[in-house]
Write a protein that binds this ligand. Structure first.
Ligand SMILES: *[C@@H]1O[C@H](CO)[C@@H](O)[C@H](O)[C@H]1NC(C)=O
Ligand SMILES: *[C@@H]1O[C@H](CO)[C@@H](O)[C@H](O)[C@H]1NC(C)=O
Ligand SMILES: *[C@@H]1O[C@H](CO)[C@@H](O)[C@H](O)[C@H]1NC(C)=O
Ligand SMILES: *[C@@H]1O[C@H](CO)[C@@H](O)[C@H](O)[C@H]1NC(C)=O
Ligand SMILES: *[C@@H]1O[C@H](CO)[C@@H](O)[C@H](O)[C@H]1NC(C)=O
Ligand SMILES: *[C@@H]1O[C@H](CO)[C@@H](O)[C@H](O)[C@H]1NC(C)=O
Ligand SMILES: *[C@@H]1O[C@H](CO)[C@@H](O)[C@H](O)[C@H]1NC(C)=O
Ligand SMILES: *[C@@H]1O[C@H](CO)[C@@H](O)[C@H](O)[C@H]1NC(C)=O
Length: 567
């Protein structure tokens, strides 16, 4: 039991016994801050006989050991009539560093110095020591933590200002009376522990008068499950397919992460790939979406997904064409695609051996032309790949090539050649205003879109010059070409002179063959109507009839492919 407690206990006993002795209760010593003020808690008892003398005129005087009075014009004293001798002195200086006794001076018979109990004022230049309770924090994340900072209050009228750094949560301040009646200011900081508070330096500071500052700090320890889980990729940035790449999973955790798991999330499924902090793998375009999971005894956390950008050279470069044939001169759009990352695209026109660049993006807008032979090329820093050469199915109405279309021959035989181009594949019809008994037509395809038809007249027997007409037709239109064939005099055939054939009795012969020709014509008309559905042999197609107009012969190729192309 401390001396002070004994005094208190004694005071209590005396008081309860209605003991009428002079007794002052005050701390044995009190710390004061130099330049500041100090409050001496004090209470007293007096003899009963002096009860009437204790009045408002009484004064509190403080004497040192040499009976000198502590003089302070701003001295504040409690209500003496309530036996409260608590006194505050200002501007404490080192000379106040001594023992003082309370003297009650009521300007009457009641004048008493309480020599039994004095207080030693300990004047300090340094601020008082602050106390943190508890001295350290060791909690799990999520728990509520309360830390108290206690600062002595030497002077009640100038209590210190307490601040926390950082301000982690809610702060509550109280003034607490100690057993020795002095006060401490208590600031309680309450917060919910988070991983962010781990190893925090929590500081409590007290500012006393004259900006004298005291502080105390501690470090908090918080255990928490993995947080801030993240993936770093080496090398960073895009990686070339099939090269080595390392992924590192890191996470903040206390205690440290115990297990790592790697998952790939391509295609919606999550596949385990590894169980160590660092994942070594070969870059693959099948593995681009990756995340890791970190685990300690308190829990797990997944990183956000990391998207690997995999670079690979162009392959499978293809051109997507409009569905079906296109009409010449119409606007068309072609797309080039390639398995490539990254990719830039170029388009080339293939003109024989030379290639002319005609575009530099994946989409090519152009006018359809029958000569269009193009390809596209995908490029990146890893390589180049070309599509196949593309020939568009460009449709155009028939055109007869006049340069190649002509007649030649003599009185024995005349051959007229009609060459035409068209897509869909054209049909050739011949017409002329007379008929020869010996006429044959043969046709041969020159290319996918070109046809040559040869009309041969054996021993032409017309009297006037005639006009043979070649008609080329397809679903988009038609073209015609007229051949003016002169009369060849049979008797005056001269070698080297083409077209010198005399025909004499064409009409007679025509009349002779007319019934036959008429039948053939009817067949021909039927075929003409059905020519899209039937296969005809060129040799079946000879048509002769006498009508001045509409003498027609159809010709088509016997080749199956041509027939298909026509349809
Ligand atoms: C005594 O007086 C002081 C100063 O006026 C005051 O702060 C304190 O509360 C009083 N004590 C009691 C017990 O009334
Ligand atoms: C904590 O803060 C105090 C006051 O700011 C400083 O003196 C001390 O060095 C700090 N301690 C650590 C571990 O940072
Ligand atoms: C890639 O990794 C494999 C094994 O993981 C190793 O053998 C090889 O040397 C590495 N290649 C390079 C270029 O580092
Ligand atoms: C992390 O990912 C794994 C695998 O997909 C999954 O099983 C687990 O639930 C995830 N954890 C969290 C915390 O989301
Ligand atoms: C090209 O495409 C084909 C068919 O889609 C595929 O089988 C092949 O693997 C592809 N080649 C490359 C290199 O991507
Ligand atoms: C080409 O791509 C565009 C969009 O990029 C699309 O609208 C168009 O239909 C594609 N054309 C072909 C022929 O694939
Ligand atoms: C692509 O072609 C356009 C027009 O032909 C041209 O203006 C542009 O500069 C070209 N861009 C590149 C990247 O070659
Ligand atoms: C038709 O020509 C053939 C041979 O080219 C000949 O044998 C035949 O007599 C001719 N017919 C007529 C009616 O002139």
């Amino acid at each position: 039991m401390s001396a002070f407690t004994k005094v208190l206990l004694l005071g209590f006993l005396l008081h309860s016994d209605q003991c009428d002795k002079f007794k002052a209760t005050l701390p044995q010593n009190i710390k004061a801050l130099q330049g500041s003020c100090v409050t001496i808690p004090c209470s007293f008892l007096i003899e009963k006989t002096h009860k009437e003398n204790l009045n408002s005129k009484c004064k509190a005087v403080w004497k040192d050991i040499n009976d000198n009075t502590l003089l302070d014009p701003k001295q504040e004293t409690g209500d003496l009539t309530q036996k409260n001798c608590t006194t505050t002195f200002h501007e404490i200086s080192p000379q106040h560093n001594q023992k003082y006794f309370f003297r009650l001076d009521c300007n009457n018979a009641l004048q008493f110095t309480f020599k039994e109990s004095g207080v030693i004022i300990q004047v300090k230049a340094a601020p008082p020591i602050l106390k943190l309770t508890p001295p350290t924090v060791s909690v799990s994340e999520g728990e509520s933590v309360s830390v108290q900072c206690s600062a002595p209050v030497p002077c009640l009228s100038l209590p210190p200002t307490l601040t926390w750094s950082p301000v982690l949560g809610h702060i509550q301040e109280t003034l607490q009376e100690q057993q020795d009646k002095t006060y401490v200011k208590v600031s309680t900081l309450t917060f919910t522990a988070s991983h962010l508070h781990h190893k925090n330096n929590i500081t409590c500071s007290a500012v006393y008068s004259h900006a004298v500052q005291a502080s105390v700090h501690m470090t908090s320890f918080v255990t928490y499950r993995p947080t801030n889980t993240r993936v770093t990729v080496s090398p960073s940035g895009p990686v070339t397919e099939h090269t080595n790449v390392s992924l590192t999973c890191s996470s903040d955790a206390n205690p440290a992460v115990q297990h790592y798991h790697w998952y790939k999330a391509d295609g919606g499924t999550h596949t385990l790939m590894g169980n160590s902090a660092v994942l070594h793998m070969k870059a693959s375009r099948e593995t681009t979406v990756i995340y890791c999971e970190a685990e300690n005894e308190l829990g797990t956390e997944n990183s956000t997904v990391t998207h690997l950008e995999i670079h690979y050279p162009p392959r499978n470069t293809t051109v997507s064409l409009p569905a079906g044939p296109v009409t010449e001169h119409s606007h068309i759009m072609l797309n080039c695609s390639s398995d490539a990352n990254p990719s830039v695209f170029y388009w080339y026109k293939a003109d024989g051996g030379t290639h002319t660049q005609i575009g530099n993006s994946s989409v090519l807008n152009m006018k359809a032309s029958r000569e269009t032979v193009i390809f596209c090329e995908a490029q990146n820093h890893l390589g180049t790949d070309r599509s196949g050469v593309i020939k568009l199915d460009v449709q155009f109405p028939p055109q007869i090539v006049s340069l190649s279309s002509k007649c030649s021959g003599d009185s024995a035989q005349i051959s007229c050649v009609c060459e035409t181009e068209g897509n869909p594949f054209p049909l050739i019809h011949w017409s002329f205003p007379g008929v020869s008994p010996n006429t044959s037509i043969s046709s041969e395809p020159l290319s996918d879109n070109a046809l040559r038809s040869v009309l041969t007249v054996i021993k032409p027997q017309w009297r006037d010059s005639v006009t043979l007409v070649c008609h080329s037709t397809n679903s988009l239109g038609s073209d015609t070409h007229s051949f003016d064939v002169p009369v060849f005099e049979q008797e005056t055939i001269s070698k080297g002179d083409t077209m010198t054939v005399v025909f004499i009795s064409l009409r007679v012969v025509s009349l002779l063959v007319f019934p036959c020709a008429f039948l053939v014509m009817i067949r021909s008309v039927n075929r003409h109507h059905n020519h899209r559905h039937h296969h005809h042999r060129a040799t079946d197609m000879v048509v002769m009839e006498q009508l001045p107009v509409s003498n027609e012969m159809q010709t088509a190729n016997s080749d199956e492919d041509f027939e298909n192309a026509e349809n």
